[in-house]
Design a protein around this ligand. Structure first.
Ligand SMILES: Cc1cc2nc3c(=O)[nH]c(=O)nc-3n(C[C@H](O)[C@H](O)[C@H](O)COP(=O)(O)O)c2cc1C
Length: 375
């Protein structure tokens, strides 16, 4: 696949007719039509994982180790999905995980995603590597709940500027991604020498990406190799926003996170895109919830595709869950309307799932609602 300088705009999606949203009944219905609409290199970037992708696959199948234990004859006439996340109300316990470059899926990119999330009353976590500026995303959905996902840049003054812009634009929390000291080893990306070009990164300083080799890992200056637990104080000193640490996979680090004042711990393996042979988030959720001992909220992402997945995670102690790829697919298929439809599906699956589990609200789910199959 050629990625000559002149062709880089070809990664951006052409105008395509939206799909028939009436036909969508589950999030995976968006996947094939999204693939058909996207440039193959952009698709590979969205879909791929690191190394041999063991963890990408494991993250999908890990859910099979859990069984819901529904309770019957409970009054579920009024199922209520609302919850609180970081002390403020959210219409549902499912949000949009940060993902780079929504512009590769649809020309409205993060603007569309933000509007749909706001309409759904969901939390929208906007990536440092967004295709639209921090401010434009805020203006697109002024009433929505939005967090800013931070990739610490090599140049700390660039990082501080990003964080302060986010605070000024009304982002209510900083979501610091801690599992990317360097970019994961992603074969497809390296083979294609995928470089979406400056068009794709609205918030980072412009530079001659081609002069740097045209490889994604070389063009993103976000290797936070020198970030340590002690760096958290510095980051917190820049803005008075709650701090969420995304990319925790061990109880040891979860404990350190709360000891260092994190307001929330986000259990994640980065969608299988960083280190291979690590755990699926759902496998370590319970031990992390136990380690945190209620001192911070715990969130989870990774392979969440259907209502029952969400129920398992909440029952095991996640305050909220997030998902990335399904919203990207929905965006590619129909822009804002697609993401709105994705939220409709999530809400409907979750409402019915709660009722079928015998819980009238997310807080009604307990560990007793989850078991493991007999081995
Ligand atoms: C295309 C793509 C881009 C991503 N970009 C970011 C990012 O910019 N920052 C970040 O913290 N995580 C990023 N992630 C990881 C997601 O936030 C999330 O951890 C993971 O994808 C969740 O798994 P799921 O895609 O199965 O829902 C990205 C994931 C994908 C698929």
């Amino acid at each position: 696949m050629t990625t000559e300088p002149g062709s880089r705009r070809n990664y951006l999606p052409a105008d395509a007719q939206p799909i028939d949203l009436e036909q969508v009944v589950r999030l995976s219905d968006f996947e094939a039509p999204a693939r058909a609409r996207m440039h193959p290199a952009a698709w590979a970037y969205y879909a791929g994982g690191a190394y041999d992708e063991h963890v990408l696959r494991d993250t999908m199948t890990a859910w099979d180790a859990f069984r819901l234990r529904p309770r019957v004859l409970t009054d579920v006439s009024e199922v209520d999905l609302t919850t609180t996340i970081l002390g403020r109300p959210a219409a549902l316990p499912v949000g949009i995980a940060p993902a780079a470059m929504h512009g590769l899926a649809h020309r409205d990119g993060e603007l569309a995603t933000a509007r749909a999330a706001a309409a759904a009353g969901a939390i929208n976590v906007v990536s440092t590597v967004a295709s639209h500026t921090i401010e434009a995303v805020a203006e697109a959905a002024p009433g929505g709940r939005r967090w800013f996902q931070l990739y610490v840049q090599r140049d700390r003054s660039v990082t501080r500027d990003l964080v302060q812009r986010a605070a000024a634009a009304g982002y209510e929390a900083l979501c610091l991604t801690v599992d990317l000291p360097v970019l994961g080893y992603r074969d497809e990306i390296l083979r294609m020498r995928f470089d979406p070009g400056e068009d794709a990164y609205a918030n980072l300083p412009k530079r001659d990406v081609w002069a740097r080799g045209g490889r994604l890992d070389e063009t993103m200056d976000m290797r936070s190799v020198d970030l340590t637990w002690d760096s958290l104080d510095e980051i917190r000193g820049w803005v008075p926003l709650p701090l969420v640490l995304k990319g925790i996979l061990t109880p040891e680090d979860a404990r350190l996170a709360v000891d260092h004042g994190a307001d929330a711990v986000w259990v994640s393996n980065h969608g299988g895109r960083q280190l291979d042979r690590v755990a699926a988030g759902i496998d370590v959720l319970e031990e992390i919830v136990d380690a945190v001992e209620g001192r911070a909220e715990v969130y989870l992402d990774g392979g969440i595709r259907r209502g029952p997945d969400v129920l398992v995670a909440l029952a095991l102690g996640a305050r909220a869950v997030f998902t990335a790829r399904p919203f990207l697919w929905a965006l590619a298929c129909a822009g804002e309307a697609g993401v709105t439809k994705a939220f409709d599906v999530v809400r409907e699956e979750l409402e019915r799932g709660l009722a079928l589990t015998g819980a009238a609200s997310p807080s009604g789910l307990t560990r007793g609602h989850v078991g493991r199959p007999r081995t």
